[in-house]
Design a protein around this ligand. Structure first.
Ligand SMILES: *[C@@H]1O[C@H](CO)[C@@H](O)[C@H](O)[C@H]1NC(C)=O
Ligand SMILES: *[C@@H]1O[C@H](CO)[C@@H](O)[C@H](O)[C@H]1NC(C)=O
Ligand SMILES: *[C@@H]1O[C@H](CO)[C@@H](O)[C@H](O)[C@H]1NC(C)=O
Ligand SMILES: *[C@@H]1O[C@H](CO)[C@@H](O)[C@H](O)[C@H]1NC(C)=O
Length: 368
């Protein structure tokens, strides 16, 4: 009997401590997505080729230590966490797998990052065929896998503080999602005869189901980032004799934004208490590309780190060229933004006007 009441006392103490922590004022941040938000997930996937845990990635960190971020420094997920008042960006879920339940719960009350470079909305996006070298090993974690990991975290919260407090906590937490580019790249490269309409219908259907899964698990506040002007990244400009943007890919990026917009509208009517903010990454990037100087960018075509024409013929690696003035480049490597560009994107999402983020911006979402 005494033992049971002692256990109950411990349990309620734990609940009190956890609740105090959860009420520090800042919402927790759960991040899902691809390399635009990956803070080191893929470092834990030995079979993965979508990794950035080698130089010159991370060159602008103290001691130039690469972290797995596809950047010379921080990425947008980091800057969003900072803008919300966190000193540290949420760690990759895979770095927490040996945490005690208590430590995992404490971390979950601040947030966790599930984003995996190279991944997509479709389960097969970014996966190596099983008959290729390294194929069959886990290469990237698709959106559905990221949601499954979130379910594990959620179970730990339910075990620590009970189902209702968990739901209350999750309804106030922010879910930032940045995904879709890799699905579109693969569709574009595959030359398959799926019509554009059919492809976006399938992609939208898959995305909607994943957002529903998160809603069913208790998520209510979504900060969604659409696909940037991927036709203008150095890897695609490389295909054009004069280094121009690939308009077909940019059309796809715009189509994807329209699709997400209608999905969010629909879900908002279906799920009580849902709030969302949709960042128009296409509009944000094309605005900087068309008008770079006010943002201190002098180069929006060439990758800072890479090899060959436009530094876009290989990824960033220890033997690549490295530009001296990273602040003046929009692109870090053939696909990804520099730290400066990622910061500009985060600030725009956080406090920008409706041209770039609507119907509300991320700071309004945090307070909603
Ligand atoms: C977790 O523990 C296992 C077994 O000790 C170890 O191999 C693995 O590297 C650890 N993972 C992390 C992320 O610390
Ligand atoms: C593409 O179209 C051809 C005929 O038009 C058809 O035979 C083939 O199965 C299609 N391929 C795919 C991947 O749908
Ligand atoms: C603009 O770029 C220059 C050169 O890299 C840098 O010294 C300066 O601090 C930048 N200014 C701003 C406002 O970011
Ligand atoms: C976006 O957020 C800021 C606060 O960070 C707010 O003052 C501003 O009005 C918002 N912009 C729009 C267009 O809603």
């Amino acid at each position: 009997m005494a033992e049971i009441s002692f256990a109950i006392l411990l349990l309620s103490l734990a609940t009190i401590i956890l609740n105090v922590n959860a009420d520090a004022g800042r919402p927790a941040v759960f991040i899902l997505g691809d390399s635009t938000a990956d803070v080191g997930t893929n470092n834990f996937l030995p079979g993965s080729q979508a990794r950035a845990d080698f130089p010159f990635n991370g060159v602008d960190f103290a001691f130039s230590i690469p972290t797995g971020r596809f950047s010379n420094g921080l990425n947008s997920a980091d800057f969003l966490a900072k803008l919300l008042g966190y000193e540290k960006s949420p760690p990759p879920y895979l770095s927490t797998v040996n945490y005690s339940r208590y430590s995992l719960t404490r971390q979950a009350l601040k947030g966790i990052n599930f984003a995996s470079g190279g991944s997509g909305i479709f389960r097969l996006t970014g996966q190596l065929p099983s008959d290729s070298p390294n194929g069959g090993k886990q290469n990237v974690i698709p959106m559905a896998g990221q949601i499954a990991q979130f379910e594990i975290v959620r179970s730990s919260l339910v075990a620590a503080m009970g189902p209702l407090p968990t739901l209350r906590f999750l309804s106030k937490s922010l879910f930032f999602i940045s995904i879709g580019s890799n699905d579109i790249f693969e569709y574009y490269r595959s030359n398959n005869n799926l019509s554009k309409e059919r492809f976006f219908a399938n992609l939208g259907f898959a995305y909607e189901n994943q957002l529903k899964a998160l809603l069913e698990l208790g998520a209510r506040k979504f900060g969604i980032i659409s696909v940037p002007s991927i036709g203008c990244c150095p890897s695609q400009r490389l295909n054009s004799p004069n280094g121009g943007c690939l308009e077909e890919l940019n059309d796809h990026a715009r189509a994807f934004h329209t699709k997400i917009k209608s999905i969010l509208c629909r879900l908002n009517e279906e799920y009580q208490g849902m709030k969302y903010s949709l960042g128009n990454a296409y509009e944000m990037t094309i605005n900087v590309i068309d008008n770079p100087l006010p943002y201190n960018f002098t180069n929006v075509k060439i990758a800072c780190c890479g090899v060959g024409r436009l530094n876009a013929e290989s990824n960033c690696n220890p033997n690549a060229n490295l530009c001296p003035s990273r602040n003046n480049y929009l692109f870090w490597d053939l696909f990804h933004p520099t730290e400066s560009a990622a910061q500009l994107a985060a600030v725009t999402l956080f406090s920008g006007p409706t041209r770039f983020v609507a119907p509300i911006n991320f700071s309004q979402l945090a307070q909603a």
